[in-house]
Design a protein around this ligand. Sequence first.
Ligand code: HEC
Length: 157
Amino acid sequence: MYTKLFAVGMSFLTMATLASAQDVSVEKGARIAKIGGCHDCHTPGYSEANGVLDPAVALIGSPVGYQGPWGTTYAVNLRIEAAKYSETQFIDYLKHFETMPPMPWFNVHELDESEIRSLHQYILSLGAPGDPAPTYVPPGVKPTTPYIVFVPVMPAG
Ligand code: HEC
């Protein structure tokens, strides 16, 4: 009787373990990066190429700044960023970080554990980290790179 219960318990455990192991993959991470919009800002040229991904520059960060009242921010090199954390540390980090605009950090908090593990594996699979994106420029200081200005304009009249 106990042996049988134990066996049933074990098989549930095995199924659960298998399901969560299958749930984490580089392919799934690649999908999250696409549908989560990470390439839109963190991969140079991605939007301009209508979503055709150049693997050489995937998630290496943007040389073009985003300027608004917060100053000028640059979508960071996520290969460098992900490499700073173990897969497990990345979960805690992505669930709690906050940044300046226009990074939609509040959306990233919604990713679940298997999605974050997959994203970490995908980012690390991309290869050499490369160089960091330009550093943040405070308000009132002129950036030395191209930048996009985020200013709401009221229609005249
Ligand atoms: C609209 C553009 C945009 C999108 C979309 C976007 N990012 Fe960002 N991201 C940025 C910018 C700009 C920064 C730098 C913000 C700053 O300097 O405060 C940033 C910063 C980050 C950081 C913080 C790095 C640090 O130094 O703390 C992480 C992590 C990050 N992004 C992950 C992601 C992930 C994961 C996705 C996709 C799910 C994503 N981003 C989508 C623009 C974007």
